[in-house]
Design a protein around this ligand. Structure first.
Ligand SMILES: [Zn+2]
Length: 853
């Protein structure tokens, strides 16, 4: 039970975090842009009578009244999107009306992608949006600390080294001081699992002390927040962490049952939480039903197990957690006089939240409450908490009176210097006349008042259209991947607010619209990226594909130019008659004879601006946009006249890498393997997780082994152990000619030393002599799911390990079978090739040249 009286002693004085708390999405640092000077041309307004609709949305009213009765905030802290405890967040909000927020250390950009080829920042931008969609269902508000997700890590130390311990703490403390949670919960302890999880668990405990300490990060107080003392911190028990399982009758434990039915939404909280989880699509596949999920958690009765948390920190003097606590907030009390002022509204001793079926009575009570000035902070006290309650009263008044405001935009993106049309609809679907006192639209760092009807009879709405010219210097926010960390990830935000009045009760309604800002013609992508060339491909024509998209409402004529200083010829390619909304692929063919000096420039492996692509208008020659393409010259030789077949899995990295090496490469499908003339290929490559991407390949595997036996060279990139090891349930035999069994080991330190076990082996020496330097400059990790056992027919060529761990020798295995050769490698060549790491190209060249003279 939640308390309905709030007494005690938390008294921290006021600060305004209003808008962020209310609208609930982080914009870390909105880049200032010039004001809203630019014009509302031809603002129009209409008022129309309509059939009255269902006057009150019962689910919304139920939630608004629950919210109104609850003054508490609970924060869930997580390392990555999908690490949040969506079930507890859902129960807290939908059952109790707790104000719930979630804070993510990273955007999850170092993770894998189950549904598309995007990785790194592109993946982070997708996961941020997945997180918002999940939060929408959970009824929580997501925020991001924007720390870099550099991939799987085994220790908190590595995370702190890359994040900066103090910087990470500063960001978490700021979020706590801004959002002022009474309770923080997390799935992460300090010693187990992913290094980012451990580091996040440790940061939270440090932030508990630091956020309350006014001497720490004083610049935050200068910017307007106040120190904040969190009352309780809870860490989940037995959920991917080391804590021993506990039962509810042990002290300090909260047990939450996610299986309860939501009385108004017609589904259980567990079902809602699962729907939210499924929004994290890139991290799937997820269970389809709660029963599937229960089975996965070893719960036989189709219900999810109880969620248990242990109290890990409590502020001094806070009321002890009762035994058998049902929520994190049990027995918490607010100090007087706040407790009295924030106590839930009632009608004759009945709580409003139990009266959602009597909206007329509720409405009268809310109007009276607003008239009586309830939830008004008078004198010192917890101003933001009162502010939150005021906003919730505004929301309840809007829902019960059937008043809503909708801001929508006609354009899908904004273009600097051009007008965009917006429409505002203020609707009175209720039964009483509405007085409109003020209507404003805020965006581009300024607020402008708008004219609208000052009276709306019941069953009418007023529509206002407005044009806003995007300032010429507005910050571009597309492509999203380029704006993951600069505060523009979600584009430009507009907030419309109407201040209205019913029967003397004043309240406000708001609506938000977010739009990306794009150049008039956008360069959506340039491929291949990075652009890599080798001795075989210098002097050849080089093909780049540039995707351009017209954001204008009219046809665009212009040209596209590529410049690579001192190196390639640059010339223009016309873009004629690009229709509004059209995306077109323009193929550039570049050529030139590079000099040694210029080769050197491209060997820096640091210059992201090796090639600049520019779009100009045909008429004025004015530059419309520009994007840079990183480039790399790699000294990787291949045997002449190689014919290579490859089976791609999730992206085009392998295709582009083979093109950079200048070899004739043919993309193969499982049916080509089943029935094609494989003997035409000197080498065949199965891309990473190829047997998972193409399950039909398993049935065709005998053909691949026959290809090897007859003299071919088969190269297999990494697979997960559960995608590779023999499994009769999936009709999967041993896939290699002699057994290879994968384990779960990884080497996550991309700088881990690599030892050559057989330095003279031909695979490490021909045509390129592999050196220690070929393993420098790697990204993210060395490899995944290393073989733990292999047949003696294979030679293990490399050994590597994370610091302090035993060496793993299975990363590169090579053996002969019949007259041919077989290579299995669990190193993450695809990541390194995609990042333009020279050593990866040299090793790929050796693998496809293996067995040739
Ligand atoms: Zn995680």
């Amino acid at each position: 039970m939640l308390p309905d009286r709030f007494t005690g002693r938390f008294s921290l004085s006021g600060v305004t975090v209003a808008l962020l708390v209310l609208f609930g999405i982080l914009i870390a640092a909105i880049t200032p842009v010039s004001s809203f000077h630019a014009a509302t041309a031809q603002a129009q307004e209409t008022t129309a009578a309509r059939e009255p609709e269902t006057p009150v949305d019962r689910v919304a009213l139920h939630q608004a009244l629950l919210d109104l009765a609850n003054p508490w905030t609970v924060m869930c802290i997580a390392a990555h999107p999908d690490d949040e405890d969506g079930a507890s967040l859902t129960v807290l909000r939908h059952k109790y009306g707790v104000h719930t927020v979630s804070v993510f250390s990273t955007f999850g950009e170092g993770g894998q992608n189950a549904v598309g080829p995007q990785l790194y920042e592109e993946l982070g931008a997708i996961r941020a949006r997945e997180t918002r969609a999940a939060a929408e269902i959970q009824g929580s508000e997501p925020y991001f600390l924007g720390l870099k997700d550099f991939g799987f890590s085994k220790s908190a130390e590595e995370a702190f080294r890359i994040w900066g311990h103090e910087e990470a703490l500063r960001r978490m403390v700021l979020k706590i001081r801004e959002l002022r949670p009474d309770v923080i919960i997390t799935n992460h302890d300090t010693t187990s699992g992913h290094g980012h999880h451990q580091a996040t668990g440790r940061l939270l405990l440090e932030a508990f002390d630091t956020a309350a300490d006014g001497k720490r990060f004083p610049e935050q107080m200068a910017a307007g927040v106040q120190p904040w003392l969190v009352k309780r911190i809870f860490v989940r028990i037995g959920f991917g962490n080391n804590s021993p399982a506990a039962t509810a009758d042990q002290g300090g434990v909260v047990a939450i049952d996610p299986n309860e039915m939501d009385p108004v939404r017609g589904s259980s909280f567990a079902e809602q939480a699962l729907q939210a989880l499924q929004k994290h699509e890139t991290q799937g596949p997820w269970p389809k039903t709660v029963a599937d999920m229960a089975r996965f958690r070893n719960s036989p009765d189709g219900r999810l197990p109880m969620i248990r948390y242990r109290l890990t920190r409590a502020a001094q003097d806070v009321t002890p957690l009762p035994s058998r606590a049902g929520t994190f907030l049990d027995d918490l009390q607010l100090p007087e006089p706040e407790a009295a002022k924030l106590s839930p509204l009632k009608i004759q001793s009945q709580q409003l939240s139990e009266l959602e079926n009597q909206p007329a009575q509720v409405m009268s009570a809310l109007i009276a409450a607003r008239g009586a000035g309830v939830f008004s902070a008078t004198g010192p006290g917890d101003g933001p908490r009162f502010k939150l309650s005021q906003q919730r009263l505004d929301r309840a008044l809007a829902v019960v009176s059937g008043v809503s405001l909708t801001l929508s935009s006609k354009a899908s993106v904004l273009v600097p210097g051009l007008p965009a049309g917006f429409s505002l609809n203020l609707a009175n679907n209720g039964t009483r006349p509405l007085t409109v006192n003020k209507l404003t639209l805020r965006g581009f760092d300024s607020e402008r008042p708008l004219e609208i009807a000052d009276q709306l009879p019941p069953g009418t709405d007023a529509v206002k259209t407005i044009e806003i010219v995007t300032p010429g210097n507005a910050g571009i926010s597309l492509p999203s991947a380029d704006h993951l960390y600069d505060g523009r990830l979600f584009g430009q935000r507009f907030i419309a607010t109407a201040e209205v009045e019913i029967d003397g009760a004043k309240f406000s309604v708001s609506s938000i619209s977010e739009l990306d800002v794009a150049p008039a013609v956008e360069i959506r992508s340039i491929t291949p990226a990075p652009f890599v060339f080798t001795p075989q491909t210098t002097g050849q024509d080089i093909q780049l594909t540039v995707q351009v998209h017209n954001h204008l409402a009219r046809t665009f004529n212009g040209s596209l130019a590529a410049t690579a200083p001192h190196f390639f010829f640059s010339s223009g390619w016309g873009i004629s008659d690009l229709a509004p909304g059209e995306t077109r692929a323009v193929t550039l063919s570049l050529h030139g004879e590079p000099s040694n000096a210029v080769r050197k420039v491209f060997t820096s492996h640091t210059d992201p601006h090796a090639i600049d692509i520019t779009i100009r208008r045909a008429d004025s020659q004015e530059e419309v946009t520009r994007r840079a393409l990183p480039g790399e010259y790699v000294k990787a030789s291949v045997v002449k006249n190689l014919q290579v077949g490859f089976i791609p899995s999730f992206d085009q990295t392998l295709e582009w890498s083979l093109a950079a090496l200048g070899v004739a490469a043919q993309k193969l499908s499982p049916s080509d393997i089943q029935s094609g003339a494989l003997k035409n290929y000197d080498s065949i490559i199965i891309d990473n997780r190829g047997y998972e991407a193409h399950p039909e390949l398993i049935a065709a595997n005998d053909r691949l082994l026959a290809y090897v036996r007859d003299g071919g060279n088969l190269i297999v990139f990494y697979h997960k152990n559960n995608e590779w090891n023999p499994d009769p349930a999936r009709n999967r035999p041993q896939l290699a000619p002699y057994p290879i069994t994968l384990g779960g080991e990884r080497v996550t330190d991309e700088n881990a030393p690599v030892r050559f076990l057989q330095p003279a082996h031909r695979l490490l020496n021909f045509p390129n002599r592999m050196r220690r330097s070929d393993f420098l400059g790697w990204v993210q990790e060395r490899g995944l799911y290393y073989p733990k056992e292999w047949d003696p027919h294979y030679a293990a060529l490399l050994e590597m390990s994370d610091p302090g761990e035993p060496g793993l020798r299975g990363g590169l295995l090579v053996g002969t079978y019949g007259r041919g050769r077989y290579i299995y490698t669990s190193l993450v060549w695809y990541r390194e090739l995609r990042a333009g790491v020279p050593g990866a190209y040299r090793m790929l060249a050796n693998m496809i040249s293996y067995g040739k003279r």
